[in-house]
Design a protein around this ligand. Structure first.
Ligand code: ZN
Length: 448
């Protein structure tokens, strides 16, 4: 089965995506996988057109001025050298265009917090060990566990990337353990994985002192990691682990400034020290404005423990300092004030974090599921509210702005596109609609 796209079009008369027919002809899985790879290659000319692409073009308002429905239309889109080169009136009879069969095109999803370097995913099923308590307990547990799963790192990282792609994401921000047990080994291995997959996936990396900066001395390792091709300096609960908020954050900020990196720090503490840490980070970023827009607090559960007035005050300070919050959208005891963060203009991202690992048994790889969770948790159940929730899956890129004006896609945008079996964003979020295809930088990397 080694046809070009045009040959296949001629022979099948169904368009290149009449895949079921081809796969049905294949008898064993190995051949089928080979065929899928080959088929994707055949689809991946550097210049091609896709037709019958559903795009959102506006809102329909009722007499009260409320959004009643989302307006859509079909288009033909040209992709050249990884970018969108034209968005035109649909040309359903263009035999050279790949038929997208009316699928809704959205910006491809971004998982903004994951750990590619340590997971059970891809191996046998294993739930979290609930006997290990607290971050310090987990550190002792990791010292034993990590060497045992080290040989699996490459295989399992690839499995997570496959899972993300299946769920419409082709970008992630991954924290990578930097501590005396792992040294820089995991970082180097994940960098190699990403190099091998650079044509179909992209990631930014956080040098993550999971075992504390000083609690388990990681200073020299972090300095070494900062010199390599990473994007952020990480951290975790400075007070609980290192016993000092200022000393750890001063080190982290200086390291980020010296190497022109951002900061992305895990913060789980829900007590006074959690709040002190948030305020100290805000202070340091305001003193060093180059860190604005490049500094993030992951989890930041303390925000859920504050009263409304404090939440408003901190949200305003975070927005002014350009410090973003990355949340897995927790529920069941911790409800983050995400609507308040949005109200004040704080950058909010989400991610899967764990994909079945020793920290958590859950993790689906679906950013659309995170958008659905956000809609349910905060009552965003209207057409408008649901459509806005898509932004947690796309790292804040939406086809329509709040007024219903089309703002995506635009000519010359990088062609990072996901195709969903839904009539509009609101339906996709409400139903967690099936992901059918994914284009990364102008190349099909997923097609079912
Ligand atoms: Zn994490």
């Amino acid at each position: 089965m080694n046809m070009t796209r045009k040959d296949f079009l001629k022979k099948s008369g169904l368009g290149v995506l009449g895949i079921g027919l081809v796969e049905g002809m294949m008898s064993n899985q190995k051949t089928l996988n080979f065929d899928k790879k080959k088929r994707l290659e055949n689809m991946n000319e550097s210049n091609f057109k896709i037709k019958n692409v559903l795009l959102e073009i506006g809102f329909e308002f009722n007499e009260k001025g409320q959004v009643e429905a989302t307006k859509t239309d079909l288009f033909t889109i040209s992709i050249s050298d990884g970018k969108i080169s034209a968005i035109e009136k649909n040309q359903p009879n263009d035999a050279n265009a790949i038929d997208m069969q009316g699928l809704l095109m959205l910006p491809s999803f971004k998982d903004m917090h994951i750990h590619l370097d340590k997971t059970y995913f891809g191996g046998p099923w294993k739930a979290k060990n609930t006997n290990v308590k607290g971050v310090k307990g987990m550190i002792e547990f990791e010292k034993e566990l990590l060497p045992k799963i080290a040989t699996e790192t490459t295989f399992r990282a690839n499995k997570i990337i496959d899972l993300l792609q299946t769920n419409g994401a082709s970008f992630t921000r991954s924290h990578i353990n930097i501590e005396p047990t792992s040294k820089l080994d995991r970082l180097h291995e994940i960098q190699k994985v990403l190099e091998n997959r650079k044509n179909d996936f992209e990631a930014e990396l956080v040098a993550f002192p999971q075992h504390g900066v000083y609690y388990t001395d990681s200073v020299a390792l972090l300095k070494e990691a900062a010199k390599s091709d990473i994007d952020f300096i990480g951290g975790v609960d400075p007070y609980t682990l290192d016993g000092s908020i200022e000393k750890t954050i001063d080190f982290t900020v200086q390291l980020a400034l010296d190497h022109n990196k951002g900061i992305d720090m895990h913060l789980h503490e829900m007590n006074k020290y959690g709040l002190d840490t948030v305020e100290y980070i805000i202070k340091k970023v305001n003193e060093n404005p180059t860190l604005k827009g490049k500094t993030f607090l992951s989890h930041c559960f303390i925000l859920a423990a504050l009263d409304n007035l404090q939440q408003e005050k901190i949200a305003d300070e975070l927005a002014n300092a350009g410090v973003g919050i990355i949340s897995t959208i927790p529920f069941g005891g911790i409800t983050m004030p995400i609507p308040t963060l949005y109200k004040h203009g704080v950058t909010v991202y989400s991610g899967n974090d764990s994909i079945t690992d020793h920290w958590d048994s859950f993790g689906t790889g679906s950013m659309l599921q995170k958008a659905n969770l956000m809609a349910q948790l905060y009552g965003y159940n209207s057409e408008f509210g649901l459509s806005r929730c898509l932004k947690i899956a796309t790292a804040n890129k939406l086809p329509l702005n709040d007024l219903g004006e089309q703002q995506w896609p635009k000519k010359y945008d990088v062609a990072n596109l996901v195709f969903v079996d839904a009539s509009c964003s609101a339906e996709a979020v409400a139903r967690i609609s099936p992901i059918k295809k994914l284009i990364h930088k102008g190349k099909f990397v997923q097609s079912t």
